[in-house]
Write a protein that binds this ligand. Structure first.
Ligand code: PLP
Length: 384
């Protein structure tokens, strides 16, 4: 099998498993316990927090461990917006882009349903980018938070986060970015990016599922969503997932060290793969930005097919990929992200996403490109 679905998830890296193993076995203490086992767990958690802070160029106290990307996004969007509204009831708007992951979009909709917020949605251009002008045009007095993702999970488009965050800062509005897909592929220095909050998920990076991080800058107030014993400086109660935090820190540290050279190598492979698909499959359409895109994502529409059928045909040929985002998989509705890019509904239904992890090779992508040509051809023939 050739696994080209790394944007959905990745296997746990050997080094990461080795780093977390002691905290699943001998060093199994609860970091809140006042004895040597508890102390060892607390020390490991502090070291993991410091390692994450090192990669993000922030302070350890600005790092909150969560149960994953979804929880980090929920905590950022709901937590920051609710804290600001509590301080000033006139702050009752949130801005999101038209291509956010449901973890952000549904958090914003929750605020609208239950907390009297208005959600302002910034449109994207045909490549999936939010321009600073488009963002400026939706800003109204009363905006409590702006949340715009760093890189899109379906089409790989990378947003000009630095410029968007600068605009937010000029207006004194906190800026959150969902960096779940960007982590490992793009720089994550929160100072350089100028963001106030940033979400990461472990399982996209070679750590296990169920661990994530939310960075929140300095004094930015966050209303907790999970109440209890006050762990994570009151931001996220519950006995900490020490092994998960250690794993995430190890995975992020490795990814950070490898990021520049990996991004360069995989960008080259990605572009060769895109070329091969476009040249061999009549009518194939690359979705997302041609250049400002994740090194790891090649996404297409194949008009005259159905994405699900192409997916099945590719699996028969040994290639695993995705017909849209994993969350939307199994549903026949066209992806809202593709519709937001101005792609017609019947074309959006033909979408297939190939996404790579650090182990991807040229030989695999050559085989995959040949498989795509055959798969699309046979789906189109069946439809005749
Ligand atoms: N945000 C984006 C952009 C994602 O791609 C995903 C997962 O696919 C998430 C958030 C959710 O992360 P998790 O699976 O850790 O909850």
């Amino acid at each position: 099998m050739i696994f080209l679905d790394a944007a959905a998830t990745t296997p746990v890296r050997r080094e990461v498993l080795d780093a977390m193993w002691p905290y699943l076995t001998g060093e199994f203490g609860n970091p809140s316990s006042h004895h040597s086992l508890g102390d060892a767990a607390a020390t490991a958690l502090a070291a993991a927090r410091a390692a994450v802070a090192q990669v993000l160029a922030c302070r350890p106290g600005e790092v909150t461990f969560t149960s994953g990307g979804t929880e980090a996004d929920n905590l950022a969007v709901k937590g920051i917006a609710l804290a600001r509204q509590a301080a000033d009831p006139a702050l009752n708007r949130v801005v999101i882009s038209a291509v956010e992951h449901p973890a952000v979009e549904e958090s914003a909709r929750y605020l609208e349903r239950f907390h009297a917020f208005t959600v302002d949605v910034v449109p994207v251009d045909r490549s999936g980018r939010v321009t600073p002008e488009a963002l400026a045009s939706v800003l109204r007095p009363g905006t409590a938070l702006i949340s715009i993702m760093y890189a899109n999970n379906e089409v790989g488009t990378v947003q000009p986060v630095g410029r968007l965050a600068a605009l937010a800062r000029e207006r004194g509005i906190p800026f959150h970015t969902d960096a779940v897909q960007a982590a490992g592929w793009l720089p994550l220095d929160v100072k350089a990016l100028g963001v106030d909050a940033l979400s990461i998920s472990g399982h996209k990076l070679g750590a296990p599922k169920g661990c994530g991080v939310l960075f929140v800058r300095g004094r930015t107030k966050v209303e907790p969503l999970v109440h209890g014993g006050g762990q994570e400086r009151g931001r996220r109660s519950g006995t900490e997932n020490v092994a998960g935090a250690v794993a995430l820190a190890a995975a992020l540290t490795l990814a950070h060290a490898e990021q520049a050279s990996l991004a360069q190598r995989v960008t080259g492979l990605r572009d060769t793969f895109i070329r091969a698909v476009i040249d061999s499959v009549p009518g194939a359409l690359l979705t997302g930005h041609p250049v400002e895109r994740l090194p790891s994502v090649a996404s297409f529409c194949f008009p005259g097919t159905s994405g699900e059928s192409v997916l099945l045909e590719l699996e028969r040929q040994g290639v695993l990929c995705s017909s849209g985002s994993a969350c939307a998989a199994g549903s026949d509705a066209p992806s809202p992200v593709l519709l937001a890019l101005g792609i017609a509904s019947e074309v959006a239904q033909t979408a297939v996403r190939f996404s790579f992890d650090s182990s991807v090779t040229q030989a695999e992508l050559e085989l995959a490109a040949a498989a795509v040509e055959t798969a699309v051809g046979s789906v189109r023939n069946l439809g005749k």
